[in-house]
Structure formats: structure tokens, C-alpha cells
Design a binder for this molecule. Structure first.
Ligand SMILES: Nc1ncnc2c1ncn2[C@@H]1O[C@H](COP(=O)(O)OP(=O)(O)O)[C@@H](O)[C@H]1O
Ligand SMILES: [Mg+2]
Length: 313
């Protein structure tokens, strides 16, 4: 069993009457890239702010590397928090920006130059060393944000929606960088409201809704959990046959949802699950000639929609 790096237990937080977190409990192991996924307003940023000691929870506890978040100064040395917006540091060059944060972390001026050099190499921003921060593209700004949180060499990176607004290329570069950081021994907690944005790099995923963690597991566990309801594809001879097949199935005693794509019928099966046998038997009895019949794999996005629609609850 891997070592736990972050553990929250029943964190709750209200803003006035609005309950943003409602018993949020989650666990991160060392070396995880943990995708914290949920729709807007689910409480992702609030959780991150609590872990970063910016906000104090109303109730509940959290530890980072065994240290309670109530011990702010100790915890802050362990984490690098990148908020969802870049901040307002205009009229500074990339170098000045990083130098400023290095100073804020009390890194002696003698060491800063080589440290910043190394970080810029890692995040591939060396060529922008003397550029103004506001002149950087969104992708470069995100890499600069990441550079900043690396300055004090924290164990845990907390990245709030870093991939949002990145073009596909920048997103891939960002992913590669995160993988690199994990190889260097970092643990990464990263949020998104789009599962597919993170699915390829995360080792574990936690799904949040209305201030609660409603599911936590590895990517393969998510898929497994949802196995048994997905889609069935029935392939017919041609489009006409598909329309006929659909008409026949509509009269069946079981209820299924269908969509036609040309000569294929795409059937969704729900949790209360129509038995596949029933469908096959019914088609056979009604003399429908099938070219192929197979289960299509759920995409992770489908899985996510199913989970957040409460279908698993
Ligand atoms: N400072 C604040 N004051 C009042 N309400 C807030 C504040 N910050 C967040 N909220 C509300 O709390 C809920 C959770 O917000 P947040 O943690 O930002 O969610 P997420 O990051 O998942 O989108 C939302 O309904 C949001 O509108
Ligand atoms: Mg947010």
C-alpha cells in the first residue's frame, strides 16, 4: 500500500447560507496524479483553498504528510498552490516574477539565479526569460504558474483547473510536464470540470458533486464500476434495415433508448438493465437479420455523466 500524502475527513464549509463543502473526504497517495473532477460550483476550489491554508473549514480535518492544515506555516512549505486565475502581476518579466516569489520563500539571492534557470529549463520557458508576463500565451502563463509553485520544491502541487483554456497542443505539453514532475517525486492534485481533459494523465480520480466526494478510484475502477451498463451496437444490412429494426424494438415489452447511425442502431442500456439476452431473443423472434451485435465501451465522459447524474448513488 502506498503512503498517504493528503487526507481530508468530513470537511465542511459554508459561504453564508450556501454550503460549498458538505463532508468532503478524500485521500491522496504519494506519487498520485489525482484528478479532482466535478461540475462548476461543486466545491473543488474551496477544497483546494482549504488544503492551501487560505481558507479555514467550518468543520472537519485535513492533513498533508501527516501534518494538520491548522499548522499553516509547516503545511505551506509542503505545497505549491496554483489558483485558477493567473493573478495581477503585470509589468514584470518572467525572471522578475519568479525571483519575486523565490524571495518570498526566503530563498537566498545567491541561490535564486541557478534555481530559476533550472526551473525555466524544466518548464521550457528559458526563451521567455526576459519577456513580460502579460505577453505570454495562456499555455506559457500556465507553465509560468507551474514554475512559480515549484520554487520552494514542495512535495504536493495543487493545481486548480490548469488545463482550462489551453489549446490541444498546449494541453499535451502541460500533461508531459506533469508526468515529468511525478518522475521527480512530486504528487499532484489537479482539478477540472471536464473529465476527458485529465483522464489520460490521472492515476486516480475523485468525482465531486455538491461539496461531496461521490466517487474515488483509479481510472480502471471507474470503468469497471460502470461495466454492465453502456451501449450495445446492432449492425444491420443497411440504413433501411436499421429503421425497420428500430421500429420492431420500439414495440418490445422492454424499454430501451435507441439512436440510429446509418446502418447501426446504438442502444443505451440503463442501470436497471435490460437483459442482453432479451434483446437478442426478441430480434431473433422477429426475424431481424443482424450483421453484428456488440457492446461498445463507455467513454470516460459517459462514465462521468452517469456518475454525476447520480445513477451510481
Ligand atoms: N467567496 C465566496 N463567497 C460566496 N460563495 C462562494 C465563494 N466562493 C465560492 N462560492 C460558492 O461555493 C460553491 C463552490 O464553489 P467552488 O469551490 O469555487 O466550486 P468549483 O471550484 O468546483 O467550481 C459555489 O456555489 C460558489 O458559487
Ligand atoms: Mg473552481
Amino acid at each position: 500500500m502506498s503512503e498517504i500524502l493528503v487526507e481530508t475527513k468530513n470537511l465542511s464549509k459554508s459561504y453564508g447560507k450556501l454550503k460549498a463543502l458538505n463532508n468532503m473526504s478524500m485521500t491522496l497517495y504519494k506519487g498520485d496524479i489525482y484528478g479532482f473532477i466535478g461540475p462548476n460550483g461543486a466545491g473543488k476550489s474551496t477544497t483546494f483553498k482549504i488544503l492551501s491554508t487560505i481558507l479555514i473549514p467550518d468543520t472537519g480535518t485535513a492533513t498533508i504528510n501527516g501534518i494538520s492544515i491548522t499548522r499553516g506555516s509547516e503545511v505551506r512549505g509542503l505545497i505549491g498552490y496554483m489558483p485558477d486565475s493567473f493573478g495581477v502581476y503585470d509589468d514584470m518579466t518572467v525572471y522578475q516574477y519568479l525571483d519575486f516569489f523565490a524571495a518570498a520563500y526566503f530563498i537566498p539571492s545567491k541561490k535564486r539565479k541557478s534555481l530559476i534557470h533550472d526551473i525555466l529549463e524544466l518548464t521550457d520557458l528559458t526563451f521567455k526569460r526576459d519577456a513580460m508576463v502579460q505577453s505570454l500565451s495562456r499555455g506559457m502563463q500556465q507553465r509560468l504558474g507551474l514554475s512559480r509553485v515549484l520554487i520552494h520544491d514542495p512535495k504536493l502541487l495543487i493545481l486548480d483547473e490548469p488545463a482550462s483554456g489551453l489549446d490541444p497542443r498546449a494541453r499535451i505539453e502541460f500533461r508531459e510536464l506533469l508526468k515529468e514532475l511525478v518522475k521527480m517525486g512530486k504528487t499532484i492534485l489537479i482539478s477540472s470540470h471536464i473529465l476527458s481533459e485529465l483522464s489520460e494523465i490521472c492515476t486516480r480520480v475523485g468525482i465531486v458533486e455538491q461539496g461531496k466526494l461521490i466517487y474515488e478510484g483509479s481510472r480502471s475502477e471507474i470503468e469497471e464500476k460502470l461495466l454492465g451498463y453502456g451501449r450495445i451496437i446492432v449492425e444491420l444490412k443497411d440504413a433501411e434495415a436499421a429503421v425497420h429494426c428500430q421500429a420492431v424494438l420500439k414495440k418490445a415489452p422492454f424499454k430501451i433508448e435507441m439512436v440510429i447511425y446509418d446502418y447501426k442502431l446504438n442502444i443505451s442500456i440503463s442501470k436497471d438493465g435490460t437483459d442482453l439476452d432479451d434483446i437478442i431473443r426478441y430480434l431473433f423472434e422477429h426475424d431481424i437479420k443482424i450483421k453484428a451485435f456488440y457492446k461498445s465501451k463507455l467513454s470516460l465522459e459517459d462514465a462521468f455523466m452517469n456518475i454525476t447524474e447520480g445513477k451510481l448513488a
